[in-house]
Design a protein around this ligand. Sequence first.
Ligand code: BES
Ligand code: ZN
Length: 903
Amino acid sequence: MDSLTSESISEPNTIFLKNYTVPAYRVDTVILDFDLRETKTIVRSELKIHRNPESHASHHNLELNGQNLILLSIELILATGSQWLTENDYVIDDETLTIANVPNEFVIKITTEINPKENLALEGLYLSSNMFCTQCEAQGFRRITYFPDRPDVMSLFTVTIHANQDQFPILLSNGNKIDSGVESDNRHWVTWQDPFPKPCYLFALVAGDLYCKQDKFMTASGQTVDLYLYVEHENNHKCDHAIVCLKQAMKWDEDTFGREYDLDNFMIVAVNDFNMGAMENKGLNIFNSSCVLASPETSTDADYYRIQGIIGHEYFHNWSGNRVTCRDWFQLSLKEGFTVFRDQQFSSDMNSAAVQRIDDVNILRNAQFSQDAGPMAHPVRPQEYIEISNFYTVTVYNKGAEVVRMIHTLLGESNFRKGSDIYFERHDGQAVTVEDFVAAMESGSDSTNGSKINFDLKQFMNWYHQAGTPNIEFKEHYDAKKNSYSLTLQQSCAATPGQKIKNEFHIPIRVALLNLQGKTISLDLDGEDNCTNVDECILELKAKEQVFTFNNVQSKPMVSLLRGFSAPVKILTSRSRLELAFLFANDSDDFNRWNAGQELALDIILSLVKQHKAGAKLQLDDDYIAAFKKTLCNDYLDNALKAQALSLPSESYIADQYQAGDYADTDAIHHVRIFVRQQLAKHLESDLLRVYQLSTLIGDYQFNAKDMGLRSIRNCCLAYLMELNNNNYYQLCADQFKQSNNMTDVMAALELLTNYENAYQADCLQTFYEQWQNDALVIDKWFAIQAMSRLPGTLDKVKTLLNHPAFTIKNPNRVRALIGRFCLGNIAHFHNEDGSGYQFLADQVLLLDKLNPQIAARLIQGFSQWRNYNENRQELMKNNLNRIISVDNLSKDVFEIVSKTLA
Ligand code: BES
Ligand code: ZN
């Protein structure tokens, strides 16, 4: 295959949404046959193809995608007979196989050879710990066989797998097992058939020697579904949680969205080498083992919580993604944004709504807002990409979920549900667009549908088209004579790459007015029937500036704005510390109460940073200490919420507050944040210790909101006490490490011990390693803890750990644990003024790009905020970015991120 070797050195192509055309050919059925061998797997594919009558293409060329394939044969079967194609009958390059002048209906049989063992990119078919598995989203199927690898080509799949019986007793694919048998050479085979048409990105195959945990679920309409969780034998004790979560998710989707499962079985497989968290392949979800396996001794509350959310997420895709899928990859948020919204609501219903909301907003503010303000800013529906893998972003996912949430807020629960029913019914079996989703939602609020309102979401579409975080400013005016209170709201949005001018967004702003006791005042919004006699209402900000007037307000109120974070915006108008302290103590909206505390802390930290840079002696505001104490000692507050309220804004969120020209000084931020924590600990030591001791749990570990709350407030107190650099607390921490029966408390203690010079650290790390050296997921934690340490010399430690026998660059979880945590999670060390962190990242990215481009491209985003740092750091980061971009044969993944970051 000489034509395969020609290397092109030109820059990779950009794909544009505006160039979308319907597929020229459709594939009705796909029959696949896999002869699985580690280095030489033979894939036979038989496609029944017909020309798409909707296509306006003038040519009759069949274009199939293919990558890293060895083509063995092509046979065309026509009504008139069959024909083996020779090299003169087709054109082949690195990415495409083109066959000219095909008829309107035919069958094509293609045989390819692939090498799963050498596949370290973990896209397509690969080997992971002695098992074969696949990852086809977004464009991995083309690494298995030649195919129109695009989500708007949907086909019925029948899959036969052949493999060695002893090594691979379990052979799985989508749908139902319809046949099986044994054959020569100690091999066996199984045939699977999926009754639902699907795009090839939802195809999956697994072969291995696996333990299976079984259960059943009875659907609302009385169908029994067999549930199977496949894991490595040694993990058979880590299955219970995932099964509980799966059943919760199945029930929840019936109750909340009226969506039932549609196959006789549902399978989940845990694999050790996986680029992402998990994948929603039809009837056969594949999970990163870190996102499904759990036991009290090895998994933290955060792990349990995440597993619940992700099991829900992938399960919910069965409707929002699989039954109704995306027309093209620009529509990714159609399935991901909607499904993240669904998994957030699920977690919220299963646990604490306020805690969930705060966590979600933290992700948005800590990661999405900075993406929206940086060189990789893109709309929830991007208009162009080079490599689609780079667009599985916090913008598409988390801002996308916020956009769906705003529709939910605007329409209200019941109209939203009507809209979603219409969406699923109208588009079942189709590959659709964001417009189709929004149109269905509009129909949900249609007055002919029995409801009062009739929502026009035309202007709302700007949330999908425009990048950037809108800024809100507000002015208040209380008129004591008229007893009226008016609120003037303004919106603006800064330019983003490729989008200079922004149109106004349609922004739902949930408000309440509070009296001096902090109680809500009954509202009477001028000219708005929907907002009379209610405690809170939604203001719809659609213009650049709007005035909202409330009547019958007896005294000057305190406004509680953007309750529940009703829109992904920044409020620029600052409030006095007095007002913030009042809201922190009194706001009846849990989210806003927390938020006021964060704003207060932020205000204090930002002014301390200024003082610190001016060389002044720092002092922490007494009122803040008092407010903090009041929260800490409030026995009526939910413990998990309390822990969130007592956590200071993250270093990266603080750094994001600095705009160009006023660079974030990461050293000063780091210093001040620790100073504030130390002062709080010093002044409130006895309270912290008391709450620590009172929050001690006895008995077995349980995953429930109450116990999680206790563990989180207890570990929060311990973390403050550790700031006192007092051996008693080091001892307390070491005791907790030794005596705890659960990983949440063990990890919390070990993490703290690695952040301070103390006599226990080395021993505890060593004990931990020895105890868990055979459990990869726990060893990931061991690497991560050390990479996150704030002690000096951490980078050297990380470099030493790269040579540890347990480190491997081939496993994404391990890379994320060591390199990822250092470069993306240890802000202070990564941004060391000497540039050592930057050099380290660039070196690792260049190494990884040859093996796993997706993981390399994730890591390189450590540089994406380079313009927010001082000139010296900018120069150092830029040099490393240039060093990368000048290397030949970069992957598209890394090329796109680096070139856009530098642009
Ligand atoms: N469809 C994605 C998995 C995926 C992402 C495949 C990118 C290929 C490329 C899956 O549904 C997903 O979104 N997984 C998330 C977790 C989820 C809880 C947000 C993930 O893997 O991080
Ligand atoms: Zn998803």
